[in-house]
Design a protein. Structure first.
Lengths: 182, 296
């Protein structure tokens, strides 16, 4: 950050500027001229941006953006600390939930071995169970497709992803029951 | 969760049921899921507790959480830095010289510059033709209105929040809501029921949920694994002998559409956040379920 401030301080002349200005050739297509000027601007410097240039008032802009080197470092450290707090809280919650799950499975193992085995078994998500096979014969083709679409172990697409503002229609309270054997 | 912490958590369990955990010990280090093992353990001496299943029906958050003041300030600071260091925008490449779209973009960009750096930045360029520039700016504003840029967004808090309607599924959009039922004894609890013969736990959980909450809900049960368990305190029968023990296993489900229509046995239902649940249920139940629910 200190080097950036020094580099763009107004008193240092732009000695790293290379001029690639060409005389405008007569009869050159204006579109090609525009593309050439966009890719290779006149005031190219060895900056990290794709065309190797900065904005014309970059020194003044940085002076306004960064209060000081110490302030910038303090902001960075505060941010990392904040992220650490959020992360630790999330990890603690996950650890508590995992311990609850583990406790439940251990209890089940002590109580009933068959139910414990069945709770742990992973089933083929693409296979239809016997009950589902029977059900699907009595459904219409569109209903059968909706029935097949929900796959065990995968999150259903109706699960709403949080947005910045809620939907205009709100929650759908009118849902027609559709039996899905588990 | 790393496999090392997983193994350290599992060590106490291995002592109690060594015979069928032995084959699991090696597999645990490779994957974090429980591997199925045929149990060769004899059933415990003494009465088996009565098994119940319950469903924790969750309505996930509908809107993102509000960023804190510090987060907003930090994002604005980083945006300012990026803007100061970034490549100048190639206007002539993206817009036709003197077009209305170019004027509109320039106006918006100058506003953004002033917001980022202060009033000394983002000054409009002095044009030779002032009338044409003014006409262009008016046309740009008209275009923005036509394209619906000043449309109102829905507010983030719903009317059911002010009305404190605990049955609404639109309330508290940022939080996780859980379904609580009030049974005939005036206890608030999660939807619960017993297991029938030949039924598995997660199948029983789904059946109990639809029996107590009605079928007019699109509920998705996440997995076969229970997420928690609860042992109510041992009660005495009228003769003074202890009643058989009960254990309730909780299963996680998400509600996607629809609403709960409680059966006749249930007096009331409510969709509550984790903090609100604490004031509704009794202390022993709360201690059993509080670690299963999400803080958010």
């Amino acid at each position: 950050m200190l080097s950036l401030l020094q580099r763009f301080s107004p008193r240092i002349p732009a000695t790293q500027v290379r001029c690639y200005a060409r005389k405008a050739e007569s009869g050159m297509d204006p579109k090609r001229e525009i593309v050439r000027r966009s890719l290779y601007p006149n005031n190219r410097r060895n900056g990290p941006s794709p065309t190797g240039t900065w904005r014309p008032d970059v020194a003044r802009a940085i002076q306004h953006a960064i209060p000081s080197v110490q302030a910038h470092n303090t902001i960075e450290r505060a941010w990392l600390l904040h992220r650490r707090h959020v992360r630790k809280r999330r990890e603690a919650e996950l650890a508590r939930k995992f311990d609850c799950m583990k406790g439940a499975m251990d209890e089940l193992a002590k109580i009933d071995g068959h139910l414990y085995y069945e709770a742990n078994r992973t089933e083929n998500p693409r296979a239809r169970s016997a009950v589902e096979q029977q059900m699907i014969r009595s459904l219409k083709s569109s209903e059968a497709r909706a029935f097949d679409a929900r796959i065990r172990g995968l999150v259903p697409r109706e699960l709403h992803i949080p947005t910045d503002t809620p939907s205009r229609t709100g929650w759908n309270y009118d849902y027609k029951p559709f039996a899905r054997p588990i | 969760m790393s496999s090392r912490t997983l193994l350290s958590l599992c060590r106490p369990a291995i002592h109690s049921s060594r015979r069928f955990m032995a084959t699991e010990a090696t597999q645990l280090s490779s994957s974090s899921t429980f591997e199925p093992v045929r149990s060769s353990v004899q059933p415990r001496k003494g009465k088996k507790p009565i098994l119940n299943t319950a469903i924790i029906l969750n309505r996930s958050p509908l809107i993102t959480r509000t960023p804190t003041t510090f987060e907003r300030a930090y994002y604005a600071y980083q945006a300012r830095l990026r803007r100061a260091l970034s490549n100048p925008f190639p206007y002539e490449f993206y817009f036709k010289q003197g077009s209305i779209l170019e004027t509109r973009f320039e106006m918006e960009e100058q506003k953004r510059e002033r917001r980022a750096f202060g009033p000394t930045f983002g000054k409009p360029k002095e044009d030779d033709d002032k009338e044409k520039a003014a006409a262009n700016r008016a046309a740009a504003l008209q275009l923005a209105e036509q394209e619906g840029e000043f449309e109102e967004m829905m507010p983030r808090s719903h009317s059911s929040d002010e009305a404190k309607d605990y049955k609404s599924l639109d309330r508290r959009g940022k939080r996780n809501l859980y379904l609580l039922l009030k049974d005939a004894n005036d206890f608030w609890r999660f939807p619960q029921g017993g297991i029938q013969k030949g039924e598995l736990l997660h199948q029983a959980a789904q059946r109990d949920m639809y029996d107590e909450c009605g079928k007019h809900m699109d509920a998705w049960i996440v997995s076969r694994n229970p997420i928690g368990h609860y042992r109510p305190p041992v009660t005495l029968s009228p003769e003074g002998t202890p009643l058989p023990e009960q254990v309730t296993f909780f299963f996680k489900a998400h509600i996607l559409q629809g609403q709960c229509r409680p059966s006749e046995n249930m007096k009331d239902f409510a969709w509550l956040t984790k903090q609100e649940i604490e004031s509704y249920v009794d202390k022993h139940y709360w201690d059993g379920i509080k670690d299963v629910l999400s803080d958010n």
